[in-house]
Design a protein. Structure first.
Length: 276
């Protein structure tokens, strides 16, 4: 009986894994294959069939349509927002862990409260604030709100990680005469490196894919980032689906490269901070 149950369990698990793999792989395969088709091949061939005559014309069309400007805007916004978020969150998490007093506990609860506030609920106040600060239609108008909304989850992850650092290490540095800044950059930051990489990639992915802030807080074409530019490509290319898919492929490559390069640190960061 136990053998039959084990066999059934393995069969169900294998089937579920196969279905999940198909749900993930097939759309990506279709995306890449479609981007390599010509317009005629796209309308006549089977959706999952390999392209009869692969072509890079769709990618040339996208690159000639201002894609590099949108890519540069996305890189600037993402790097700036992630840098601000990680630096501020590291200092906040260090203070919360280092000083166990009512104020630090209150500040941590306020950060956690930020997780419950949806972006859509405050988009109008954010818009009015950006207008009053004379930052509308600038990349900075995207950077600051994106960093602010990434702070709560980043602080939560870093606090969880830093709490696993033995307090004896902090006490030893105090005995050596180290101040808070030295402890932050000489102890907390190096010890939290896996977590910092994890939150940097996670926050970077959220900012890179962000759509609402660029849509509401910018209007010029030269200030558009990639998610917003994809809608412009759709209107620019009309029903040219292969060109639109080529734009999607190009927009995913930078974050895919970052993920591949940081995969080891990501695994360490996702496991080490929650080991207890």
């Amino acid at each position: 009986m136990s053998t039959a149950v084990t066999t059934l369990r393995r069969t169900v698990t294998g089937g579920a894994t196969l279905v999940w793999t198909a749900l993930v792989v097939v759309p990506v395969y279709w995306l890449v294959v479609t981007s390599l088709r010509g317009s005629t091949d796209f309308t006549t061939a089977s959706p999952l069939a390999p392209p009869a005559h692969p072509t890079l014309d769709n990618y040339r069309t996208v690159l000639d349509g201002g894609f590099t400007t949108y890519l540069l805007n996305s890189v600037v916004v993402t790097v700036a927002a992630v840098a601000i978020t990680v630096v501020v969150a590291l200092m906040a998490a260090f203070s919360i862990v280092r000083y166990t007093n009512p104020w630090s506990r209150l500040s941590f609860r306020l950060y956690l409260l930020g997780l419950a506030i949806p972006l859509q609920a405050v988009i109008i106040p954010v818009y009015l604030l950006i207008i009053r600060m004379h930052m509308y239609d600038s990349l900075l108008a995207i950077v600051l709100p994106s960093a602010a909304f990434a702070l709560p989850v980043t602080v939560m992850i870093l606090v969880s990680f830093l709490r696993d650092v033995p307090r004896s290490l902090f006490e030893a540095m105090v005995v050596d005469g180290a101040g808070d800044w030295r402890m932050l950059f000489s102890l907390a930051a190096p010890m939290a490196r896996p977590a910092l990489v994890t939150v940097a990639v996670y926050d970077g992915l959220q900012v890179w894919n962000g759509f609402l802030f660029p849509l509401i807080l910018t209007q010029s074409g030269d200030k558009a980032v990639l998610p917003l530019a994809l809608t412009l490509f759709r209107g620019q290319f009309g029903i040219n689906v292969p060109a639109t898919m080529a734009a999607v492929v190009l927009s995913t490559l930078p974050m895919l490269v970052v993920f591949v390069l940081a995969r080891r640190q990501l695994v360490a960061g996702l496991t080490a901070g929650f080991s207890k």
